[in-house]
Design a protein around this ligand. Structure first.
Ligand code: SAH
Ligand code: SF4
Ligand code: F3S
Length: 440
């Protein structure tokens, strides 16, 4: 018998890509591939790519340049590009880097098996369709192997919002929600394999509206309540949400569903109504702040996180100041800020760009403010009792690492906690990127 073929996948971008990489590995697993964590050991390399900013997309080409010489050492090596760069650039990738054998867009992964056979037969394979069928219904069945305690589960694909800066509606296609029963089956299967926390994924996950039993439409809140019935599933999270889709039933779930964790990622992008309008965000700073009020009324201890873009076309110092004011008002536990990056094919790409030095300066200022709040919120945790889902051993002997309900990374020193346990912990110290705790 010949040795099994080895697969190396490198994942860029968002959590949806992390989930997809897992499903692709399982699909190729059904074709006899085993995973390797070394590119130079692989018979198939897949880059699962991100197109959100120029830097992310360019990284892919430099990585491909680095991988190309491996083909001289292993003539059987095949190189594939999946994900959002694959969707956006298609055959152009093979023109720019002829070492690439396969290009597959995010909605075509169920065709990966066939495509693999094509490239093994010495042909190249390209598929960037948006097929009508749901890729997840056609992917290989998930193997029964034990799993780490926290898992992602994509419940919705695509996006219909068309923010003026963003490639996602073009790379991922229209917004589609997966049916409730499929999600419940997948969640039960994950729990049987050791998962205790599931993060539901979608680019606009709070707009989820999947077909439920008896043809009833389920909101995200209804889906969360259905998942909460699964014994052994202890924690539910969801990301990413849009401010306009924070419905009353979702706020009610945050107030009353014990398994729904007190953490919410709710990007706003800017605090200036003019810029928000030019971004096609369809909300104002004020309407966003009122949503935050409602969330905090429902769940007072909730930790909020957000995304910001600085240097969007036409952004003035006054617009930027409005963003800083909004951050000052909300005080995010985490926030991610990005310098605007022109993306080909998006409406904002046609507009005049602001001075790059001003954008750099704003990025530094926004990050300093965000870091200050982040550290304050971490420091305020000292003395508090949290519950930590233990994910892995820490670097020091006897130390374990996991996440609190607020998604803070916590190092636990002492105690008998095992991976998968949820343990009560007293926070004793706030470090730069994590908290230290003692078992109670
Ligand atoms: N669906 C999510 C965001 C997906 S992209 C949402 O609507 O919140 C993640 C983040 O990348 C965005 O929130 C935005 O802050 C940032 N981003 C998207 N396009 C960008 C661009 N062209 N330049 C800089 N940042 C961008
Ligand atoms: Fe992009 Fe806007 Fe859709 Fe988020 S909501 S994925 S930022 S278009
Ligand atoms: Fe990037 Fe595509 Fe996700 S562009 S952020 S990998 S949806």
């Amino acid at each position: 018998m010949s040795a099994p073929k080895k697969l190396f996948i490198k994942t860029y971008g968002c959590q949806m890509n992390v989930y997809d990489s897992e499903r692709m590995a399982e699909t190729l697993g059904a074709q006899g591939y085993v995973a390797t964590d070394r590119a130079d050991d692989a018979d198939m390399i897949l880059l699962n790519t991100c197109h959100i900013r120029e830097k992310a997309a360019e990284k892919v080409y430099s990585e491909l340049g680095r991988l190309k010489p491996l083909k001289a050492a292993n003539p059987d090596l095949k190189i594939g590009v999946a994900g959002c760069v694959a969707q956006a650039e298609g055959a152009e990738i093979m023109r720019r880097q002829p070492a690439v054998d396969l290009v597959v867009g995010p909605q075509s992964y169920h065709r990966l098996g066939q495509m693999e056979a094509e490239v093994r037969a010495g042909r190249s394979a390209l598929d960037t369709d948006f097929p009508a069928e749901d890729k997840f219904d056609h992917l290989a069945a998930r193997p029964k192997a034990a799993r780490a305690p926290a898992a992602f589960l994509t419940v919705q694909e695509g996006c219909d919002k068309f923010c003026a800066f963003c490639v996602v509606p073009y790379t991922r296609g229209a917004e589609v929600s997966r049916p409730v029963n499929r999600i419940l089956d997948e969640a039960r299967d994950l729990v049987e394999r050791g998962v205790r926390e599931i993060t539901l994924l979608g680019q606009n996950v709070n707009a989820y509206h999947g077909e439920g039993p008896a043809g009833r439409d389920y909101s995200l809140a209804a889906l969360i309540w259905a998942l909460a019935e699964i014994d052994g599933l202890e924690r539910i999270r969801f990301t990413t949400s849009h401010p306009n889709d924070m419905t009353d039933d979702l706020l009610e779930a945050h107030a009353n569903c014990a398994k729904l964790m007190p953490y919410l990622h709710l990007p706003v992008q800017s605090g200036s109504d003019y810029i928000l309008k030019r971004m096609n965000r369809s909300h104002t700073a004020e309407s966003y702040l009122r949503v935050i009020d409602r969330i905090r009324a429902a769940r007072p201890d909730i930790v909020l996180s957000g995304d910001f873009i600085v240097g969007f076309p036409e952004e003035t110092e006054a617009h930027f100041q409005a963003t800083l004011d909004l951050i000052e008002e909300v005080k995010y536990g985490y926030a991610y800020s990005f310098k605007y990056s022109t993306r080909p094919g998006t409406p904002a790409a046609e507009r005049g760009q602001i001075d790059p030095a001003a954008a750099d300066d704003r990025l530094q200022r926004i990050q300093a403010l965000i870091t200050r709040h982040q550290q304050q919120i971490q420091t305020d945790m000292v003395g508090c009792e949290v519950r930590v889902l233990v994910e892995k051993p820490g670097r020091l002997p006897g130390q374990m690492v996991g996440k609190s309900e607020y998604l803070h990374a916590v190092h636990i020193d002492g105690g008998q906690a095992k991976v998968g346990d949820i343990v009560p912990v007293r926070i004793v110290q706030a470090k730069a990127n994590s908290l230290a705790g003692r078992p109670i």
